[in-house]
Design a protein around this ligand. Sequence first.
Ligand code: SME
Length: 168
Amino acid sequence: MQLPKGEAADLLLLADGAFAGERDPWANAANAAALVFECLPDLNWAGFYFLRGGGLIVGPFQGRVACVRIPLGEGVCGTSAARRETLIVPDVHAFPGHIACDSASNSEIVVPIEVEGRLVGVLDLDSPLHDRFRPEDATLLEALARKIAAASDWRLAGIDGFGNGAGP
Ligand code: SME
C-alpha cells in the first residue's frame, strides 16, 4: 500500500487509509507514528508509549532512540497517562520531572489513548522549537488517538487489562 505524502489537514484521512482492514495495534501504531512525523512540521520525535506491566513502555516511533520505560506519574508522558489528559508543554526544561530523551527537544505534547474508558497508552510528540504545539494540534492528535483506539484489537498487544498478547 502506498499512501500519498500528506500535511496536517490530511493526517486523519491518511490514518483511515493506513488502518483500513488492520486490527494489529503495533502495525497501526507504526504507521500512525510515520504519518504524524511526515504530516506535522518541526518534530524531532513522534511515537507511542503503551501501558504494560503497570508502567509505560516505548512502542513504535520515529526519531532518535528513546527511554524505554516511564513510570506512571513521571515525566510528561507518565503525568499525561496518570491524569488521562492531554498535556501541552511549551518549554520542557521548565516541566518538573521532564525526562530528556533527545537533547534537541524543547516542547512536547502528550495525548492519552483510551479504549472503553481504560488507558492503553499515550501518543507523544517532541519538537526542537519552543512553544511548538497549539490547541489545534491537541484536537487533531486526540482525534487520531480515538481512531487508533477504535481501529485496533488491544488484546493482541499485551496491554494491561486487555489480555496477555496471545491474541483474541
Ligand atoms: N519527554 C518524555 C519522555 C519521552 S521522550 O520525549 C520520547 C517525558 O518527559 O515523559
